[in-house]
Design a protein around this ligand. Structure first.
Ligand code: MG
Length: 252
């Protein structure tokens, strides 16, 4: 099922399940007990919000071998993780603000996002997927020049609006074989499949949980395939993951 968070006409925050163009409101905790209501909305009468409110986004670097190659990096022996702050999150349709006071090169990175549903600490690979709520599309927006300049990734990955996520969380999906595409102004720039991930989703959830506790709503962004490229103001960027949908954002 496809879960989303949205604002109704009176600016109340709601959760719902989308079926084609109809959204059925749900009540309760989406990560715990919740139930369908009788209230429905058309997609054109709501405003889509980020589908969850992560306390942190754990992003994985160099998790597709073709991308490691284009960056001139060796294949990692274990997952390379960094954090993006939750203040960077924006929704489907939202605008990425170009930080031209500091950066002259801002790239898209289309990625599969894993949304945690159940607190995860020191979980095994075998048990990892039982802690996952579902999957979403992510754009790990990156100030490439600052990533090269700084030792840490914090600035390059952490600007406000640098974590577009959504539009929905799909809960009925096998993460190991999903086509992933990124389009810049309609032109296909990245095209791969999650079967090419160096470290699989169960591996990543288990690995991260050996370091820090993952909480419901937290996101693991699983890494980007080959084809990263810069964006400029006025551009439209779309990340499509098979079975989830398309995350569309604009650069301003
Ligand atoms: Mg990335």
């Amino acid at each position: 099922m496809k879960y989303l968070r949205f604002l109704d006409k009176n600016n109340n925050i709601k959760h719902g399940i989308i079926d084609k163009k109809t959204v059925r409101e749900i009540t309760g905790d989406i990560f715990g007990h919740h139930s369908d209501s009788e209230t429905t909305y058309n997609l054109d009468e709501i405003k889509i919000l980020p589908p969850c409110e992560p306390t942190k986004i754990v992003a994985i670097g160099l998790n597709y071998s073709d991308h490691a190659q284009e960056m001139g990096s060796e294949l990692p022996e274990e997952p390379r993780m960094f954090l993006k702050p939750h203040t960077a999150v924006i929704a489907d349709g939202g605008k990425v603000k170009y930080p031209d006071h500091m950066s002259q090169r801002v790239d898209f990175e289309g990625e599969l996002g894993v949304v945690i549903g159940k607190k995860a600490s020191h979980v095994s690979k075998e048990d990892a997927l039982s802690h996952v709520f579902g999957y979403t599309c992510m754009n790990d927006v990156t100030a490439r020049d600052l990533q090269k300049k700084d030792i840490q990734f914090t600035r390059a990955k952490g600007f406000d609006t640098f974590a577009p996520v959504g539009p929905v969380i799909e809960t009925e999906l096998e993460p190991g074989n999903l086509e992933i595409k990124t389009f810049l102004n309609g032109e296909l720039k990245q095209h791969s499949n999650t079967s090419h991930l160096i470290f699989s989703v169960p591996h990543l959830v288990s690995f991260v949980s050996q370091v820090m506790t993952l909480l419901p709503g937290d996101i693991i962004s699983t890494g980007t395939p080959e084809g990263v490229a810069p964006m400029k103001k006025g551009d439209k960027v779309e990340v499509t993951v098979e079975g989830i949908g398309t995350l569309t954002n604009y650069i301003e």
